[in-house]
Write a protein that binds this ligand. Structure first.
Ligand code: FAD
Length: 408
C-alpha cells in the first residue's frame, strides 16, 4: 500500500516539500492541508503596500496547484496532532499519516502591542498590506516610525536567538516608503525613523553587510534607533518599554512571532510553540514528523529562503526512508534576501556570518532589482517553484566572484 504523507501548510516550506516529494517518489499519496485557499508570497507584500501591486498577484491558488500535480488538497485548519496514533484532527474529520510534514509558519501576534488594532499598520499579510496601501494614498507628510517587535524564543543551545524574527521586511519597507514619498514629492515633509529591538539593526548578518548598508540608509535620511522594544502605539506617537516615546503619524510594525495553536495544542514543541529538529528536519521524538519553515526552531532568522531549503531537505529524508535510495540534502543555512528600494533599485544581502561562515556580501543597484523581480515572478508564475538549481548555483558563484570573496 502507498505510504500516506500529510503536509500541513502550503507556504514556502510546504510547497517546497510537496514539489520535492512529487519529484522523488511516485508510490506515495500526498495530502496538503491549509486553512487558506491560497499560498501567500510574502516577500512581495511590500509591493502591495507601497506600489499597489494587485493582491491576487501574490496569492497562488492551492487547490489547482496541488491537484494538477497529483496531490490531494484539503481546505481546513488542523486543530491537533496525536503523534502516538499518527493522526491529525481537523474541525470535522481525522486523518492518519505515515509521514507528517509540518509547515504551518508562525503566528504574527499583532495584539501583543497595545493600540495596534486602532493605530498600527503592517505588511505581514495580505489584509494588512492592502490596508497600508489605502493609508498611503491619503498620507500627506508627517512622522513615520517603522520596526520589528521583540520576539522571545525558548532556549536551544544550538540556535542563536535573534531579537527580531527577520528585519529584511523592515529594511525593504523603509526604502520603499522613502521612494514612494519622493515620488509624491512629500519626502521633505516626512521623517522616517526605524527602530530595532536588537543592539544592532540587521543582527542576523555580519560587519561587512552593516558597513555596506550604513551609507545607503544615511543617504536616504532614515534615522535608526537600536535596543528599542515597542510597547504601545497611539494616534500620534509610539512608546517603548524603556519609557521613551517618538512622535508618529504612521506606525508600521513587524509583530512578535509565536508558535501556531496546533503545535501548542499538541504538546510537540517548545514552550514558545516552535519545534526543534535535527538538521534533516526530523522531530527529535517523533521520527515520522518533519518540521520546515518558520515554525522550526532552527529556522533563524525566519526566511522563505530557509523554509524552501528545509522543505527540500525533509523531502529528501522522507524519500530515503520510503525508497531506501538517494541522499539526504545537507542543511547549510544562509541569509539571502533582496530588498526592493523602489524604481529600479534594490539591495541584495547574502550572508552566512550568523552560522560561522565567511560570506557577508551585498549587491546594490539595478542588477539586484532584476534578480528580485525575476525571482518573484518566476515563483508566482510557476506556482511556487524555485528557479532551476543550475541558475541558483550560478548566481551564488557570480555574487561571490563579484565581491572578490573567493578566488576564481
Ligand atoms: C513582509 C515580508 C517580507 C518577506 N520577505 C522575504 C524575503 O525577501 N526573502 C525571504 O527569504 N523571506 C522573506 N520573508 C519571510 C518569509 O515570507 C517566511 O519566512 C516564509 O513565508 C515562511 O514560510 P512557511 O512555509 O514556514 O510559512 P508560511 O508562508 O507562513 O505558510 C504557512 C501556511 O500554513 C498554513 N497554516 C498554519 N496553521 C495551519 C493549520 N493549523 N492548519 C492548516 N493550515 C495552517 C497557513 O495558512 C499558511 O498558508 C518575508 C516575510 C514578510 C512578512
Amino acid at each position: 500500500m502507498n505510504k500516506k504523507i500529510i503536509i500541513v501548510g502550503g507556504g514556502f516550506g510546504g510547497l517546497s516539500a510537496f514539489y520535492s516529494l512529487k519529484k522523488s517518489l511516485s508510490n506515495v499519496d500526498i495530502t496538503l492541508i491549509d486553512s487558506r485557499t491560497t499560498s501567500l508570497e510574502k516577500p512581495s507584500l511590500p509591493e502591495v503596500a507601497f506600489i499597489g501591486k494587485p493582491v491576487n498577484k501574490v496569492q497562488i491558488p492551492l487547490k489547482n496547484v496541488v491537484e494538477r500535480n497529483g496531490g490531494k488538497y484539503v481546505n481546513g485548519e488542523v486543530k491537533t496532532i496525536d503523534p502516538s496514533q499518527n493522526k491529525i484532527v481537523l474541525e470535522n474529520e481525522e486523518m492518519n499519516y505515515d509521514y507528517l510534514v509540518l509547515a504551518t509558519g508562525a503566528v504574527k501576534n499583532y495584539n501583543g502591542i497595545d493600540g495596534f488594532k486602532d493605530y498600527g499598520y503592517s505588511i505581514c499579510d495580505d489584509d494588512h498590506a492592502q490596508k497600508l496601501y489605502e493609508k498611503m494614498i491619503d498620507f500627506n507628510g508627517g512622522n513615520i516610525v517603522i520596526g520589528a517587535a521583540k520576539t522571545e524564543w525558548a532556549d536551544h543551545p544550538a540556535v542563536k536567538k535573534l531579537s527580531a524574527p527577520c528585519e529584511g521586511p523592515v529594511g525593504e519597507a523603509m526604502f520603499m516608503l522613502d521612494y514612494a514619498l519622493r515620488q509624491k514629492a512629500i519626502r521633505s515633509k516626512t521623517t522616517i525613523t526605524v527602530f530595532s529591538p536588537g543592539e544592532i539593526f540587521f543582527e542576523d548578518v555580519g560587519p561587512k553587510v552593516h558597513k555596506a548598508l550604513e551609507p545607503i540608509i544615511k543617504a536616504q535620511n532614515i534615522n535608526v534607533l537600536t535596543s528599542k522594544i515597542i510597547k504601545s502605539i497611539y494616534k500620534d506617537h509610539v512608546e517603548f518599554t524603556d519609557g521613551s516615546t517618538l512622535e508618529s503619524d504612521l506606525t508600521v510594525v513587524i509583530p512578535e512571532y509565536k508558535g501556531t495553536d496546533v503545535v501548542k495544542n499538541s504538546a510537540i514543541g517548545d514552550e514558545k510553540g516552535f519545534i526543534m529538529t535535527d538538521d534533516t528536519m526530523r522531530h527529535a521524538q517523533y521520527k515520522n514528523i518533519f518540521v520546515v519553515g518558520d515554525i522550526n526552531a532552527i529556522s533563524m532568522p525566519k526566511l522563505g529562503h530557509i523554509a524552501v531549503m528545509q522543505g527540500q531537505i525533509a523531502a529528501s529524508a522522507i524519500s530515503k526512508d520510503v525508497s531506501g535510495k538517494g541522499d539526504i540534502l545537507p542543511f547549510n543555512p544562509e541569509v539571502f534576501c533582496i530588498m526592493n528600494r523602489g524604481g529600479i533599485e534594490a539591495t541584495m544581502i547574502l550572508s552566512n556570518y550568523l552560522y560561522g561562515g565567511k560570506t557577508d556580501i551585498t549587491l546594490d543597484g539595478p542588477i539586484a532589482h532584476m534578480m528580485k523581480w525575476g525571482f518573484d515572478d518566476y515563483y508566482f508564475y510557476t506556482k511556487g517553484h524555485m528557479p532551476p538549481e543550475f541558475m541558483q548555483n550560478g548566481l551564488e558563484k557570480f555574487l561571490q566572484i563579484l565581491k572578490g570573496s573567493i578566488s576564481r
